[in-house]
Ligand binder design. Structure first.
Ligand code: HMG
Ligand code: MG
Length: 300
């Protein structure tokens, strides 16, 4: 495999993507403990929360409280999601030094999720990137619905490539390609990755698979074979976008680490600690973990 010798970085999105989609509001103390536990597992990037409108996502209304209270470990990055300048300013006031902006390849989804067309959303990012350059803040970019949209159905590949390329040219250091509703299959995922990588360097790409139909690990493997080196995942397989009908959890971080380590690709993550953290989280959420690796570890 072309990427076997490469260092694969996992972007843990559970505290943000996972907890934004819970039916009940999780106490800030639980969110803080989750992030502090994750910081001890060897993860290098933990997306901590989201400074979006609390009217749209009440689950993360405590973003400033959570971000201010978490232990910040040297060598770990704690990016946060921001949809607009207001979110950027709130994130900065709370001490964030890395943010992620997000749009989609599908107009219909973008309208539902952030009440803007793709063009409008990118216009909103321009002042964020300008400020971020001055503040020395890194900006990651998400492109959602890269393999299908819950409202529009098929999403033309050219739209995925166009939006990813625009976000990269705007100054996002990394573009995370999101299968928001977990509809893709490996061949389609590979084709999508290849098409985007023809315009944006593969070193600047990440993949973000929701596991609605059980295809996420297979999709990740096909993208690893294309040279991708950054994988988004969520501990315990939590996650989903409140504005994407039918989306379920992200691929579980435990399952991704197990697969990579089994392939001889070091992640620097302590799998036992990660499993313990996921089981602790599922206890807090009052349901079984979605990680098959964690479930097997309990049976063993
Ligand atoms: P809007 O209603 O069009 O915006 O929402 P607005 O500018 O008219 O503001 C409405 C109210 O929200 C105002 O308050 C603003 O001040 C306030 P009011 O005057 O009514 O009292 N407001 C804010 N408050 C705090 N922080 C802010 C902020 N912005 C406005 N940043 C908006 C537009 C973008 C704000 C809204 O649609 C929004 O916040 N959407 C976020 C939706 C979201 O978080 N979705 C999930 C994340 S994306 C995802 O999960 C996909 C991903 O995982 C990848 C994948 O899986 O594909 C990343
Ligand atoms: Mg997501």
């Amino acid at each position: 495999m072309s990427s076997a010798a490469k260092d694969i970085r996992i972007v843990e999105v559970g505290p943000r993507d996972g907890l934004q989609n819970e039916k009940t509001i999780i106490p800030a103390a639980t969110k803080i403990e989750l992030i502090d536990r994750l910081s001890r597992t060897g993860l290098r990037t933990i997306e901590a929360t989201s400074f979006v409108s609390p009217k749209w996502v009440p689950q993360l209304a405590d973003a400033a409280e959570v971000f201010s209270a978490i232990e910040k470990h040297a060598g770990i990055r704690y990016p946060v999601l921001v949809p607009n300048e207001q979110g950027y300013d709130r994130a900065r006031a709370a001490g964030a030094d890395e943010v992620a902006v997000f749009t989609a390849a599908s107009e219909a989804f973008n309208r539902k999720n952030i009440n803007a067309s793709i063009d409008e959303s990118i216009k909103r990012f321009e002042p964020i990137l300008e400020k971020a350059r001055a503040d020395n803040v890194r900006v990651r970019g998400y492109v959602s619905t890269v393999l299908g949209c819950p409202y529009q159905g098929e999403v033309p590949l050219r739209d995925v490539v166009r939006v990813a390329d625009r976000m990269y040219r705007l100054g996002c250091y990394e573009i995370s390609l999101g299968d928001t509703i977990g509809i893709g299959t490996p061949r389609k995922a590979r084709g999508m990755l290849r098409a985007v990588a023809a315009e944006v360097p593969v070193e600047a790409l990440a993949v973000h698979f929701h596991d609605t139909r059980g295809q996420a690990l297979a999709n990740i493997l096909s993208c690893l074979e294309e040279g991708v080196g950054v994988i988004d995942s969520a501990v315990s397989g939590t996650g989903g976008c409140p504005y994407a009908n039918g989306a379920t959890g992200n691929v579980a971080s435990e399952d991704v680490v197990y697969m990579l380590e089994g392939m001889g690709i070091a992640t620097g993550i302590d799998l036992d600690l990660l499993i313990a953290t996921g089981l602790w989280l599922s206890g807090q959420l009052g349901r079984e973990t979605s990680s098959k690796v964690a479930r097997a570890s309990v049976r063993d």
